[in-house]
Design a binder for this molecule. Sequence first.
Ligand code: FAD
Ligand code: SF4
Length: 483
Amino acid sequence: MIPERPPIKERVKLPRQSMPERAAGERARDFAEVNLGYDPTRALTEAVRCLECASPKCVGGCPVGVKVAEFVALVAAGDFLAAAAKVREDNALPAITGRVCPQEDQCEGVCPLGKRGSPLAVGHLERFVADYERQVGELGLPPIGRPTGKKVAIVGSGPAGLSCAGDLVQRGHRVRVFEALHEFGGVLVYGIPEFRLPKEIVRQDVESLAAMGVEFEANVVVGRTVTVDELMQEEGYDAVFLATGAGLPRFLGVPGEHLNGVYSANEFLTRVNLMKAYRFPEADEPLYDCRGRDVAVIGGGNTALDSVRTALRLGARRGLILYRRSREEMPGRAEEIHHAEQEGVEFQFLVNPVEFLGDDTGALVGARCQRMELGEPDDSGRRRPVAIPDSDFDLPLSLAIVAVGTTANPIVQSTTPDLATNRWGYIEADAESLATSKPGVFAGGDIVTGAATVILAMGAGRTAAAGVHEYLCGNEDGREAGG
Ligand code: FAD
Ligand code: SF4
């Protein structure tokens, strides 16, 4: 039943509908999804909290301008499929963004309800309409434009590559996605664990794109298997979109980082996610034996939180986060920090490892750490951690996972002449069209911005699709051709 919309002044008093979730004790030992999703009653109850602002700030808070107020009004009216269609006008992957966007910094961060209590649960509602659409099997494929005869290669199948592929195929171009790994989805499958984003959701989005005509080819490392120039000159591609992400791990550069038992988060998560160790014990795949071990993850972002929660699920005795700033500066999503705490992750703030300690077989046995305090803000605006003299202490450990960020993988840049990069190795691209210095080559997502977010990468994919289309066909909008 559709609830009556109370007067505005009453709505501010309504509590935010919480996301049903599995009990921490039960979920912390398996890989099934933590959040269970709203049911229709909960979604309706939440949607009526919307204040229906005349100029809704939430739309500007979303990096791709999802028409939040309009889709929420459709939820409140009980028309969930129309609500899903409204979100899809601006966001091709709502089941994913509803789960992983840092909403507290985006759409929900600017909601006026937040000033008086809790902001509208935009992310939960977005996830609800996207899941509802899938469950009732009404995921309509958009119309495909008349064939233009142009061929576009997309390098990388993360959110940037997938969203670009979707837009280009709709405009009538022939699109082929080349992916270095054996599964498609980029960080959505190899980084973000199953308990936050079920792989089936990403797989369904890839299948929808394939049904729209996008071709996919796995196990192709562009720059090794084939170069960008070969794609354009020998294989007849008229344009290339580089969406290779920022997957090269950074390390701390401290003594002992080579010891057995010190891993990059990237390698740890990739092995667990792609080798199906998340299905352990059914999957008999190689995985790090975390059982009974004390595992520390160094870092404070989503990657660190995903790694430590994964280690606990693989049987770690203790899962620790070592972070050199304080809780307020942690860049991870608020919900993930909360879930990690519920699952028993221990946080040690203002702590920085300065050396990993090994035994005489070369195995990790601990970390020498320094205590930190916060000084003046640095370039990121966050207060800079400053070491406290003579504060060293040793922490016994049997596994350490370094999650202090990633940078650009240089393979494509180093094998593509005339492709301008900045001093950190990221590809330079025009802000409007995402065209690079090389004619016909476009780039977007983390490989241009550095590690960012799913929705920003997705937005970049759409911008690049518009840029590629204009490069190939001028201003003609292939989608109007229908077909
Ligand atoms: P990617 O997703 O990195 O995809 C790039 C793809 O290109 C990969 O599949 C790679 O294998 C492929 N590739 C690379 N080089 C080549 C080559 N030479 N040839 C062929 N293929 C190649 N963001 C959020 O918004 N919310 C979150 O909760 C969140 N959690 C995260 C958790 C983890 C563990 C990580 C690592 C990141 C997380 N992020 C999160 C960040 C987000 O996932 C990225 O910003 C986003 O995926 C970037 O998209 P992309 O398409 O640019 O690149
Ligand atoms: Fe909010 Fe992300 Fe949806 Fe935009 S895409 S409305 S930021 S949840």
